[in-house]
Design a protein around this ligand. Structure first.
Ligand SMILES: [Zn+2]
Ligand SMILES: [Zn+2]
Length: 261
């Protein structure tokens, strides 16, 4: 089995209009979309953004009759403390092959909101990582820890600043993810578009040094042309760190695949 993109969006996300067909026309062997689940989302005026499961299943059934691609089910779950029970209740009635865990917002603002730029960067980063640490304790779902540095995308925090100010907290977070056997995602939007490769260059060896063995690549594509974005650059970083395989999640199982070329 070849590795396939485990983080991408379609029109079932509030911030994408992309079709499944545009991805599938690339002739992929296995395909999984991970549309946004974010309750009381500041991005959309505190709307509950929930990908409709029935529409999702109907669409996949329709696509199955047209494409040879094996179609899996995924979701990207944004968690704010206090929402855990509602989200667990939602998930308990639906099955997904892969669940991505993300911290996007704190109940008031999304960490990508422009207002973040007017705040003290160490305060924002502290709040972001504390929320991540708390959610890893309070919310038991999730196979992949997505974009560990999402909350830093606007801050221009260097790897040195990250290390000097947050290493103990990061170690705490990473240990929790490792104990939970989560995949650590290298996120192409962060890596390429937001120029945070340096932060991954710091975080990947740290994750490894704590016993982390599971890694994933995610383009975080919102348009089909970004499918597998940044995979060669991110693969190169993993190779430098002697990571030889990636993890994929299917059903209640996980499999190891070779790194892409
Ligand atoms: Zn995300
Ligand atoms: Zn995403």
């Amino acid at each position: 089995m070849k590795y396939y993109d485990q983080h991408l969006h379609t029109y079932l996300s509030f911030d994408s209009t992309e079709t499944f067909e545009n991805y599938l026309d690339k002739g992929v062997e296995i395909f999984v979309s991970t549309d946004h689940f974010d309750l009381k989302n500041p991005y959309t005026d505190f709307n509950d953004d929930v990908p409709d499961y029935d529409i999702y299943c109907e669409k996949l059934a329709e696509l199955e009759s047209k494409y040879k691609t094996r179609l899996l089910k995924g979701i990207e779950i944004g968690v704010v403390p206090g929402q855990e029970e509602t989200i667990i209740d939602f998930l308990s009635q639906r099955t997904y092959d892969v669940k991505i865990l993300s911290i996007h917002q704190n109940g008031k603002i999304d960490f990508m909101d422009p207002i973040v730029k007017t705040k003290l960067k160490l305060d924002v980063a502290t709040e972001y990582f504390q929320q991540m640490d708390r959610v890893l304790e309070s919310f038991p779902e999730g196979n992949i820890l997505a974009h560990f540095e999402y909350g830093l995308r606007q801050l221009e925090l260097s790897a040195k600043e990250l290390e000097e100010n947050f290493e103990p907290l990061l170690i705490k977070i990473f240990k929790k993810a490792i104990t939970r056997e989560m995949g650590f995602e290298l996120n192409a939007k962060s890596f390429v578009n937001y120029h945070n490769a340096e932060l991954y260059r710091y975080a990947v060896p740290l994750y490894r040094s704590l016993g982390g063995k599971l890694f994933t690549l995610g383009s975080d594509a919102h348009v089909a042309q970004d499918y597998q974005l940044g995979f060669s650059e991110m693969t190169a970083l993993l190779k430098e760190n002697e990571v030889k395989q990636l993890v994929v999640f299917q059903g209640n199982e996980r499999f190891m695949t070779d790194l892409p070329e």
